[in-house]
Design a protein around this ligand. Structure first.
Ligand code: ADP
Length: 202
């Protein structure tokens, strides 16, 4: 990774992350949804964000496809571009957490090392890895965007689960299998975790 250029000095700000978070009465965190395409990352992260909003919390959702329309539109899907994609998203998640928000991110993020890079970027205990353990067979059957079909035909290269690997998390904070729990139940499981771990309060 490149070094910070010479003569660029971090400027301390008057208000701290703690100030911004306590005004919002929550502990900043990064809810990192990871899993295969169609495993339910977008659906469940949206449902969790809605629940947090209804409870009066302050959130921001970063979604894979949307980020690739803007900030990361110059990046493709080669291994090195996937790494850079996640690095930028990690830095963005860190900024939003610094703003005092509960950040939700929904990216395949197939590589363990990249997820660890983001975990290490933010403060201890802030990174909550949510592994979407929906089996490939179910994801492929859902195929809401027709991407698996294209990948099987060879029309899309480097498609995770087909011809690009997905490294299963070794010790995720939360595991959800959307083949076995409905949207409401999966989202409730995340909210329960946040309460148990004092990220949000009852
Ligand atoms: P990803 O963001 O991981 O690519 P999406 O959330 O976009 O996945 O797609 C998941 C698809 O599965 C959606 O079409 C959704 O309606 C469907 N689905 C069916 N059952 C569930 C469930 N229990 N949880 C989440 N998604 C579900």
């Amino acid at each position: 990774m490149s070094q910070v250029p010479e003569n660029i000095v971090w400027h301390s700000q008057t208000l701290s992350k703690g100030d911004r978070a306590s005004q919002k009465r929550q502990n900043p965190s990064v809810l990192w949804f990871t899993g295969l395409s169609a495993s339910g990352k977008s659906t469940i992260s949206n449902a969790v964000e809605r629940k947090l909003y209804d409870l009066g919390h302050h959130t921001y959702l970063l979604d894979g496809d949307n980020v690739r329309h803007g900030l990361n539109k110059d990046l493709g899907f080669s291994d090195s571009e996937r790494v850079e994609n996640i690095r930028r998203i990690g830095e963005m998640a860190k900024l939003f957490a610094d703003a005092g928000l509960i950040v939700l991110s929904a990216f395949i993020s197939p590589f363990r090392a990249d997820r660890k890079m983001v975990r290490d970027l933010v403060e201890e205990g802030e990174f909550i890895e949510i592994y979407m353990a929906t089996p490939l067979s179910v994801c492929e059957q859902r195929d809401p965007k027709g991407l698996y079909k294209k990948a099987r035909k060879g029309d899309i290269k480097n498609f995770t689960g087909i011809d690009s690997i997905y490294e299963v998390p070794e010790s995720p904070e939360i595991t959800l299998n959307t083949a076995e729990c409905d949207i409401e139940a999966c989202a409730d499981k995340v909210i329960a975790y946040l309460k148990q771990n004092h990220i949000i309060h009852d």
